[in-house]
Design a binder for this molecule. Sequence first.
Ligand code: GDP
Length: 292
Amino acid sequence: MRSGMIAVVGRPNVGKSSLVNRLVGFKVSIVAPKPQTTRQHVRGVLHVDEDELVFVDTPGLHRARRSALNRYMNDAATSALGDVDLILHVVDAQRQTAEDAAVTARLADTTVPVLLVINKVDRVVPRSALLPLIRDLAARRDYAAVVPVSATRGDNCDALCAELRARLPEGPWLFEPDQVSDRRLDFRVVEAVREKLILLLAQELPYATTVTLESLETEGALLRASAVIWVEREGQKKIVIGEGGQTLKRIGSAARHEIEAQVGQRVFLKLWVRVKRDWTDDPAALKGFGYA
Ligand code: GDP
């Protein structure tokens, strides 16, 4: 029996969440077309034959910015690297940036084997450009393996899985066989609301919001949940609520559908919007919201 913890690292938007979701075959983490959407570790667990693969999906290891929230996200990503058996460094085949180089630099001293995953190969045209790209990226350090994949199409993900399985240490499983995520129902509700905020609100605003759960109870076949969307200012509250409450209604309805699809149960979801001034730069508020 083998079991291993696998950290998934890389700059925002390279497809880390998409890759974990593809490998695990279940939606465990937020996937959204904007950077910095995974703030906390979310593990996906894959069981194949005798093997258990536990993925730690880290927030993007991005360069330091001022706010306490950004510092928290960087610390969370770094701490995930300390205690794992393998590291997957995910890069985007289309574009490498200084942020990718910064991640490579953060991995320079680790003794944990690093596999390079070159994602989004479906976007590489012409196909003949792929081989020189692989050669160039592979030369940047001593990788345990270099695997080109497409997380969204699934190309070569089986090969990646085989590379990972070949390197798992022996040990007992940490999760029950049918467990795909260690996140509980309350976390799923909060994540669903956050995902819809990101999808339905313009550019920067989602990063000034966080979501907490007020109540969660089962009533026969019905799941009743209420959650609070926290913003930094009154003006942001108006935007989240929208003209005649339209925006909040759309967020709530989209989140409800998402949760219903995940739990296979009818859901009644009530959302509130509240202001906590400048919470993203307030250590006490961050702690209160669970970023600690
Ligand atoms: P993360 O921030 O690294 O977790 O990235 P996400 O998984 O949220 O993906 C960022 C964006 O890239 C999303 O719009 C994904 O749909 C897209 N994406 C992820 N993997 C692929 C891929 O293999 N091919 C293409 N074309 N797009 C991808």
